[in-house]
Unconditional design. Structure first.
Ligand code: NI
Length: 171
């Protein structure tokens, strides 16, 4: 397994619409394992393909103390309820804000073996899936907050990113 490079906002392909998998072959197992290792290394609870430079419809996640999951070609079929909750993103580390999400969703997705699953999720799991699914459509969590808050958080991110780049010697 290997840790993949994290794509930071606003770099490509974060803002692009990711492509579905035409078929799920053995290489997808390796990709999912690498993504899970990358997510754990960065101490995240979710990670989508575009965040590691793979513009494909795949994401991995793990609720604290929950099982590791990998969703491929996911579709959110139904939503219900609405709640604000704090979110962050591995592509904008150290930036957190409240985002409104549905509290209950019904999801359809393939697993790494290409088997189709349909299931319901609520609360934190539903929030993670909605956040990661957005990444597949080129949408980040700051696109889900009001204009002023978005502006403020993007400014904050610009400063954080500047400091990160300086620390890496990138100027
Ligand atoms: Ni994210």
């Amino acid at each position: 397994m290997s840790v993949l490079n994290m794509v930071l906002y606003p770099d490509d392909p974060l803002s692009q619409v990711a492509e579905p998998f035409a078929k799920v072959g053995p290489e997808v197992v390796k990709l999912a394992q690498d993504m899970l290792e990358t997510m754990d290394t960065y101490e995240g609870i979710g990670l989508a393909g575009p965040q590691v430079g793979v513009s494909k419809r795949i994401f991995v996640l793990r609720e604290p103390d929950g099982p590791k999951m990998c969703l491929i070609n996911p579709e959110i079929l139904e939503v219900d309820g609405c709640e604000e909750g704090e979110e962050g993103c591995l592509s904008l580390p150290r930036i957190y804000t409240e985002v409104q999400r549905a509290t209950w969703i019904k999801v359809r997705a393939l697993d790494v073996y290409g088997k189709r699953h349909e299931f319901e999720a609520e609360d934190l799991l539903a929030r993670i899936i909605q956040h990661e699914n957005d990444h597949l459509d080129g949408v980040i969590f700051l696109d889900r907050v009001d204009v002023l808050k978005r502006q403020e958080k993007l400014q904050e991110w610009e400063e954080v990113r500047g400091r990160m780049m300086a620390a890496l010697g990138g100027g």
